[in-house]
Design a protein around this ligand. Structure first.
Ligand SMILES: Cc1ncc(COP(=O)(O)O)c(C=O)c1O
Length: 276
């Protein structure tokens, strides 16, 4: 059962005039609630603030969000926090009025959103649905996720946990709900998210831990041929941590030493999903 607060009040409805509903005019965050705390909360708030700045939406006060999460998640050890910020309610039409007030929605779901992932590695397939490119939105977790919704539907009836999405130049963007890293010759590569994709919180954490461990990491354009010559591949997501990929298209892979080093580093900073 999800608990929701809208602009600080416990309720489970928003106005039909909200631009989040009409146009996807807003942003969201999905945060792992573990041991009674929001994990990597500062990083999620930073991404939300950056998104608000880039979309010209006044960012909600951090303290209001923190208080409301505390109310929604009170008494729970584990679950998923969702924050949605929309530009607010307005009249018909894309233009917005100068005095528009953002809507702030905070929710808590005591069950992890994706369930507990199966033990072992993930199987991934290639999706036909392309990722939309727009440098103005690239990296942000906007409410415009229809590409991901359609791509995700491609997985129905297929034995795969995640689908990979490519842009209009056949460069990898990531999974439908995750970022992807490739290991080749003990070096990491991950898609440069300058045209599409979501810059994941767990992606940033992995890149920092890799740097500390002396593992080089490049953000580059990744073609399918590069994926097919990988030594190791893994996926990252704030809720599920770091998951090795053991089947990518028709290529079988093992969780190798770089994956193991990074999983251990994440476990050390509270990503309990990376326990063996
Ligand atoms: C499209 C997409 N990319 C990447 C991610 C991973 O982001 P994070 O690490 O912040 O969960 C998500 C998370 O849901 C996503 O939907």
């Amino acid at each position: 059962v999800q608990t929701w607060l809208v602009n600080g009040r416990l309720q489970n409805a928003i106005s039909l005039d909200d631009r989040g509903l009409a146009y996807g005019d807003g942003l969201f965050e999905t945060i792992a609630w573990r041991r009674g705390q929001p994990r990597f909360f500062d990083r999620h708030l930073a991404r939300l603030r950056e998104g608000c700045r880039r979309l010209d939406i006044p960012a909600p006060p951090d303290a209001a969000i923190a208080d409301e999460i505390g109310i929604a998640a009170a008494g729970s050890e584990r679950g998923t926090v969702k924050i949605i910020v929309t530009r607010g309610c307005g009249r018909r039409g894309y233009a917005w009025e100068a005095d528009i007030v953002p809507s702030r929605i905070v929710g808590f779901d005591p069950a992890p959103a994706e369930g507990r992932p199966a033990a072992g590695g993930a199987s991934v397939v290639y999706c036909d649905t392309p990722a939309s490119c727009n440098p103005r939105l690239a990296g942000l977790k906007t409410l415009n996720r229809l590409d991901n919704v359609i791509a995700r539907a491609e997985l129905r009836g297929r034995r795969a946990e995640e689908g990979l999405m490519f842009d209009d130049e056949n460069r990898l963007v990531g999974g439908t709900m995750s970022n992807l890293f490739v290991v080749r010759n003990r070096e990491l590569a991950t898609p440069l998210l300058d045209r599409a994709g979501v810059r994941g919180v767990m992606r940033d954490v992995v890149m920092e831990r890799a740097r500390e461990a002396g593992i080089a990491c490049r953000e580059i354009g990744i073609a399918r041929s590069f994926l097919e010559s990988a030594d190791e591949i893994f996926l990252t997501n704030a809720l599920t941590g770091l998951r090795p990929v053991t089947l990518c298209g028709s290529s079988r892979l093992e969780a190798g030493p770089v994956t193991a080093t990074l999983r251990a580093a994440l476990l050390e900073c509270g990503v309990e999903e990376c326990a063996a």
